[in-house]
Design a protein. Structure first.
Length: 237
């Protein structure tokens, strides 16, 4: 049984890939599984408290997540002025002024999210999804369009966010059932070794890439239509 929610993007979306730097922040097209799970966990803590968040961590971690991408994506790229901590010992200034590359994506269409392995928490999940109004970077707002629905199987236009990933130099994960032509995105997800304490910003435990935080390679069936020095326009195939 799949639990399906539909969100309308209402602002520009910007979510830096885990392999990007702060100076060259190329954006992903869609929220990652890591961001989606963390948004659900955040909704639990905000509405029910920290103890409820710790109790819900296990079933949130066990969710299978799929996505139905919006029909069109326009990525605007630009250079912006930013402040960075200074590296000069002789200066009294705490921050340096510099420039950085930034991308912002305009998503046109409905973003569909599907969840599996949550039949016992179906009512709770429905309530939590209504509490979420942004994914990833704060200010990237999404509006839940209607009450979530259920389906016996995953609809064909959804893509499982469970791609291949590398652990200790070895390719791991379930390969796709069919080859899809499109754009490869590196999407972070919760790893098997991740614990609630490692997600807690007030805890000293560190998150290890490849164990606690997995980087999965997902192919989205987007094709480039037009591009210039300032934007790139993609549509679903």
């Amino acid at each position: 049984m799949w639990f399906i929610a539909e969100y309308q993007p209402v602002t520009l979306f910007s979510f830096r890939s885990g392999v990007a730097t702060s100076s060259g922040a190329k954006t992903l097209f869609l929220p990652t599984p890591f961001a989606i799970r963390t948004a659900i966990l955040d909704a639990v803590i905000r509405t029910k408290g920290l103890a409820a968040g710790k109790a819900a961590f296990g079933w949130i971690k066990g969710l299978s997540i799929a996505v139905r991408p919006p029909e069109r994506v326009v990525v605007t790229n630009l250079f912006a002025k930013i402040l960075k901590p200074t590296r000069k010992d002789e200066t009294k200034e705490a921050m340096d002024r510099t420039i950085a590359f930034r991308e912002y994506a305009q998503l046109e269409g409905i973003l569909g999210l599907a969840f599996n392995n949550a039949e016992e928490q179906a009512f709770e999940l429905a309530m939590l999804l209504a509490q979420i109004n942004y994914f990833g970077k704060r200010g990237c707002f999404f509006q839940l369009m209607k009450a979530p629905s259920t389906a016996e199987g995953l609809p064909e236009d959804f893509i499982l966010l469970d791609g291949n990933y590398f652990v200790d130099g070895h390719l791991t994960g379930k390969p796709p059932e069919k080859f899809v032509i499109g754009v490869i995105q590196i999407m972070d997800d919760w790893g098997e070794d991740l614990t609630f304490d490692k997600l807690d910003i007030y805890c000293d435990a560190n998150i290890t890439i490849g164990k606690d935080r997995l980087r999965k390679y997902i192919i989205f069936p987007y094709q480039p239509i037009r591009s210039s020095k300032s934007y790139s326009y993609y549509t679903l195939m």
